[in-house]
Design a protein around this ligand. Structure first.
Ligand SMILES: Nc1nc2c(c(=O)[nH]1)N[C@H]1C(S)=C(S)[C@@H](COP(=O)(O)OP(=O)(O)OC[C@H]3O[C@@H](n4cnc5c(=O)[nH]c(N)nc54)[C@H](O)[C@@H]3O)O[C@H]1N2
Ligand SMILES: Nc1nc2c(c(=O)[nH]1)N[C@H]1C(S)=C(S)[C@@H](COP(=O)(O)OP(=O)(O)OC[C@H]3O[C@@H](n4cnc5c(=O)[nH]c(N)nc54)[C@H](O)[C@@H]3O)O[C@H]1N2
Ligand code: SF4
Ligand SMILES: [Mo]
Length: 737
């Protein structure tokens, strides 16, 4: 048989690279970057190549598993659904709706079948207990953007193609390939910027891979970004450098910001953040002086005690220096489908709401429909009305990815019932009574719902499945619909496709009224998420409006562009005021809850900094907790090491290559020391997502070099109070040989 070429967007990280996959006899034989891809132009990283290993991994689950007498055994789909039908609805009836909870993990953001159908399961359950990786990650950024611009996914992105100055804070896109910013080949784009005379400045407690290619790098004390950023804002006011530029008529709250940052002079914060007062002032001046500049900050600034404040102040800087919504500044994408900031009346909206319900035990407020994932263990452990008795995980591995994994693991064992939709029997799913496997990415179609809203360039791409899925194995949206049907008492035998048809017809009636028939006609022959994509594209900002704009987009056109790399929709365009969805129709620069929360860092200015703190780290050959079982990525040097500065190593008598104990109160882990002057003195870096030695998992290769779980060291009670996000960095530890 001859080879065939297929084109597919990589689902593994936010860069969303276009891949070219060569297939022979139904098997992938090679994977490389798709040169014609309109977003990534041929770029890829080793993880994209490892999709072949993932497809072939003998440990990847191909059938459901049911736990019998403590051991997971292969089962048919009918048996698995029957088991769930027998056990879950009675629990719901006995303990109430909130006793069953849903936890959604990172890969869901990359899988339209999961992202667009898990809300149907949540609705069917009627539970308020929804947890996700968002509160281990970007919730502070979403909350800050939501308050400023009126929607959770209106995120300002550097217009890297045209900028002259890019300030990167707490992000390492050379390893992570970008986050809340879809920017494949960041390095190439940064080099192009430098070649035009532009400048890259990095602020990070580690001299990272990104810092290594930057024009300047400054160490910062972990968790101290709020001080640096507030002091930069302070300098803008003190030196009369505030210019609102094109958004001048669309900003509320400038005076409130001026008053709020008064205590944060560069001199007051320098010691606390580890940058000198002159450096802080010159950063502010440089930013204000650049015609085209942007500040970009990511996970280092989110997963810390002042995550929301730091995320907010980043955009305060973008606004006050006149760089928001300017070509070459911080701009907004205009996605072809699914973007709330392209729907409804332009320029005004309801803004965002939080705290519509609270966590039962801690009282933590709901944020973006979720409760903090770090509340899960106590919700399971704590007796009383509403105690969590059953859990459904969807593509999540919180035993490794969430603070105090060992506590959570113990709590999971006390559940009455647990179901996991997952492709591995791993540290979390080993606790499940039933595991329902997803497909290999090569067997699924792909369309990104979220990332075009965060992309460096506007575009639309659709990937059909590269390979046929095994007979009898459902797509994940079908599995989710079946679960929803089971908990609604419709029975495990229900046909997911028929159910989907009925729900779609109902939705079309509700959303399109008189036009519903036209919508149903236009989408005939499409199924599952495809139908949703077509409707979203057609009614989106570039859409064909179901025929009213014949030149506009629809799914057929985007599908037809697959081999030519998708449809390019051009560079980012100014979008203010049209993008805004705040009640005032303005950028709300000084949300009251943020101004009030500044009292915490003000009090903290007096607190002495701990002698040693721990932060995380990412490596290009690793992806959170679940790709250490793939040969291509597992080879090479041990990546789960604790980086320690030579001064700290000497002080603590640590030896390069030897084991050291890291302690945080009663929690401790042992990790291999790697002495490195990349670190800021007083800061240790250990990656997360390791610790594959736990019994009951089936990760043959990963278990050979398990590494240690950073999250076994972290406290699940530390959260940013506004966003509920976990504190994963800047945590005080001690270390000894
Ligand atoms: N200390 C510390 N902890 C961290 C972080 C940190 O920086 N430091 N980072 C945090 C961040 S940003 C994130 S996003 C979280 C991520 O944490 P999680 O949301 O737990 O995600 P992963 O660790 O990537 O685990 C993904 C799970 O999905 C499964 N999976 C993979 N593909 C599929 C699929 O197609 N279908 C299904 N059904 N399942 C699939 C995998 O087997 C695995 O069980 O970790 C967080 N944890
Ligand atoms: N190869 C690979 N790529 C990934 C992932 C992966 O695990 N591996 N995970 C994906 C996910 S889920 C996400 S969310 C993204 C994250 O993408 P990034 O945000 O780029 O993540 P990191 O590479 O962890 O970079 C965070 C940086 O913050 C620094 N830092 C830590 N604490 C602080 C602090 O208090 N202040 C400042 N200023 N800096 C600090 C760290 O030293 C680190 O260099 O990456 C995604 N891409
Ligand atoms: S950078 Fe690597 S993992 Fe991320 S989308 Fe591209 S190929 Fe996939
Ligand atoms: Mo993440």
């Amino acid at each position: 048989m001859s080879d065939t070429l297929h084109y597919r967007v990589c689902p593994l990280c936010e860069a969303c690279c276009g891949l070219e996959i060569k297939v022979r006899d139904g098997q992938p034989i090679s994977i490389r970057g798709h040169a014609a891809d309109v977003l990534s132009a041929g770029y890829l990283c080793p993880k994209g190549v490892a999709l072949k290993d993932l497809h072939e991994d003998p440990d990847r689950l191909r059938t459901p598993l049911i736990k019998r007498d403590g051991v997971h055994q292969s089962a048919t789909w009918d048996e698995a659904f029957a088991e769930i039908e027998q056990r879950l609805p009675p629990l719901m009836a006995a303990h109430g709706r909130n006793a069953t909870v849903v936890l959604v993990g990172n890969p869901s953001a990359h899988k339209i079948g999961l992202l667009s159908y898990f809300p149907k399961l949540v609705r069917a359950l009627g539970t308020q207990n929804v947890f996700s990786a968002s509160t281990l990650d970007q919730m502070p950024k979403q909350l800050a953007s939501g308050r400023l611009f009126g929607h959770w996914l209106s995120i300002a992105l550097p217009d890297i193609d045209r900028t002259d100055l890019l300030l990167v804070i707490g992000a390492n896109p050379l390893a992570s390939n970008g986050s809340m910013w879809t920017v494949p080949d960041f390095k190439g784009k940064a080099k192009a910027m430098q070649a035009r005379g532009g400048k890259l400045i990095v602020i990070d407690p580690r001299r990272t891979e990104t810092a290594a290619v930057a024009d300047a790098h400054h160490f910062i004390r972990p968790g101290a970004d709020v001080f640096l950023l507030a002091a930069m804002v302070h300098t803008l006011f003190a030196e009369d450098l505030v210019r609102l530029g094109v958004v001048e008529n669309w900003v509320n709250g400038v005076d409130e910001v001026r008053a709020a940052v008064a205590p944060f002079s560069p001199d007051a914060v320098a010691l606390r953040c580890g940058l000198s007062a002159p450096t802080i002032r010159s950063l502010a001046r440089e930013l204000a002086g650049a015609e085209r500049a942007a500040v970009y900050a990511r996970i280092g600034t989110c997963t810390q005690e002042y995550g929301t404040l730091a995320s907010w102040l980043v955009d305060v800087l973008n606004v006050l220096t006149g760089h928001l919504d300017m070509p070459g500044g911080a701009m907004f994408a205009k996605a072809a489908a699914f973007a709330a900031n392209t729907m409804g009346r332009p320029g005004v909206g309801k803004g965002i709401a939080t705290g519509r319900h609270q966590a039962r035990v801690s009282g933590a407020p709901e944020v973006f429909g979720e409760l903090p994932i770090t509340c899960l263990a106590e919700e399971i452990e704590t007796a009383g009305a509403g105690q969590v008795r059953a859990l459904i995980t969807v593509a999540g591995n919180p035993v490794l990815s969430s603070p105090d994994g060992p506590r959570l693991a113990q709590a999971l064992d006390s559940l009455d019932f647990m179901v996991s939709l997952d492709i591995y029997l791993n540290e979390t799913t080993r606790h499940a009574d039933v595991i329902l496997p997803g497909l290999s990415p090569l067997e699924e179609m792909h369309f990104d719902m979220a990332f075009p809203q965060l992309s460096w360039r506007n575009q639309a791409r659709y990937s059909p499945p590269v390979l046929l899925r095994p007979a009898g194995q459902p797509e994940e949206w079908q599995t989710l619909l079946k679960l929803a049907a089971i908990v609604q008492g419709k029975g495990a035998q229900v046909d997911a496709d028929a159910l989907d048809d009925a729900q779609f017809a109902e939705d079309a009636q509700r959303l399109f009224g008189a036009q519903a028939d036209a919508v149903l006609r236009a989408t005939q022959g499409l199924r599952g998420p495809q139908r949703g994509i077509d409707v979203a594209l057609r009614s989106g900002p570039y859409g064909d409006r179901f025929g009213l704009q014949p030149d506009g987009l629809n799914l057929a056109k985007v599908m037809a562009s697959n081999a030519s790399g998708g449809i390019d929709l051009g560079p980012l365009q100014p979008r203010i005021p049209e993008l805004l969805r705040t009640a005032s129709g303005k950028i709300e620069l000084a949300p009251a809850s943020f101004i009030a929360d500044l009292q915490r860092p003000i009090a903290d200015l007096q607190r002495p900094a701990p002698e040693l703190v721990v932060i995380g780290r990412r490596d290009v050959r690793s992806n959170n907790s679940w790709m250490h079982n793939l040969p291509l990525l597992a080879k090479g040097p041990m990546r789960c090491t604790a980086l320690v500065h030579p001064i700290d190593a000497a002080r603590l008598q640590l030896t390069d290559g030897a084991l050291a104990t890291l302690e945080n109160g009663a929690r401790q882990v042992q990790a291999q020391v790697q002495i490195s002057d990349q670190m800021m003195p007083g800061v240790v870096s250990l990656p997360h997502g390791w610790g594959h030695h736990l019994p009951g998992a089936r990760l043959t290769l990963a278990a050979q070099r398990p590494g240690v779980n950073l999250n076994a060291l972290l406290d699940d009670q530390l959260r940013d109070p506004l966003s509920g996000n976990a504190v994963l960095g800047g945590v005080a530890i001690t270390m000894r040989p």
